[in-house]
Design a protein around this ligand. Structure first.
Ligand code: IPD
Ligand code: CA
Ligand code: CA
Length: 262
């Protein structure tokens, strides 16, 4: 295995253990509000600490961008982008859909990715140019050629703010066209499921780099395509992402662009 993936996998599994250990005692976990419908718990923080400690132990010269502790270290060309618990809202309700997401960037380009689903014990990994895997099986995006054949996932905007009207316009345009839409609540897993062919496409706006950095490489290495809503590769900066099989991606992007124009 790619050495970066070996360490990132170890870090993700340690974080997964922290998360699972706390699942039976949810009622005793203190939930803090970071913003409207944006929560953090001691579990997010502890999971992040074990990830950063593991990665920094192996690569003390690397930099970090982690959801709960922010940017640290002057990493030169290498930076780890970490979401220790993607799907915190699900976690605090005991709703079984959450993940650990770890990506490594080299000069801003995603080089390696790990997304762990601790409940299903599924670990999704990818290294640039080396393919994407779930546990030991190579992944390919689905064969869906059209939206009409597709199960598409999305994320709801956090608050009834800026993105809501645009989001509703998109739902209106897409619901009648595809098999159905899903909102499971963990963007990193949504993207991993596009890579594994269990979803045919995904779009969301208002995301942070740690929500999608690992998922993005999984999709790419599984033969999918992804972009920002304007079709550029700038999604990590703008927070809007659309992805899918090559054909579904293209059709989803067209619907998104038409809904925005109209
Ligand atoms: C959230 C999840 C969710 C997405 C939100 C994210 P968090 O991450 O990925 O699916 O819709 O925008 O903030 O806060 O649970 O790590
Ligand atoms: Ca997240
Ligand atoms: Ca998180």
């Amino acid at each position: 295995m790619n050495p970066y993936l070996t360490i990132a996998t170890r870090a993700a599994r340690l974080a997964g253990r922290v998360i699972l250990r706390n699942l039976p005692r949810l009622e005793r976990i203190k939930v803090e509000r970071k913003g409207h419908n944006d929560f953090v718990t001691a579990v997010d923080r502890e999971a992040e600490r074990v990830i950063v400690d593991t990665l920094a132990g192996a690569y003390p010269q690397h930099g970090f961008l982690a959801e709960e502790s922010g940017a640290s270290g002057d990493g030169g060309e290498w930076r780890w982008v970490i979401d220790p618990l993607d799907g915190t809202t699900n976690f605090i309700h005991g709703y079984p859909q959450f993940a650990v997401s770890i990506a490594l960037q080299r000069r801003g380009k995603i080089a390696a990715a790990v997304v762990l689903d601790p409940l299903r014990d599924e670990i999704f990994t990818a290294a640039r140019g080396e393919g994407a895997y779930r546990n030991d099986r190579r992944l390919r995006v689905s064969r869906a050629l059209t939206l009409e054949q597709s199960l598409i996932a999305t994320g709801f905007p956090h608050s009834a703010g800026a993105h809501l009207e645009e989001f509703l316009a998109l739902m209106r345009a897409l619901l009648p066209r595809c098999h159905s839409l899903r909102r499971a609540g963990a963007a990193a897993l949504d993207m991993a499921h596009v890579a594994s062919g269990q979803l045919d496409g995904f779009w969301e706006m208002g995301l942070q780099p740690w929500d999608m950095a690992a998922g993005a490489l999984l999709v790419e290495e599984a033969g999918g395509r992804l972009a920002d809503f304007d079709g550029s590769e700038n999604f990590l900066n703008t927070g809007s992402v659309v992805c899918g099989t090559p054909e579904v991606f293209q059709q989803l992007l067209t619907v998104i662009q038409n809904a925005r124009d109209g």
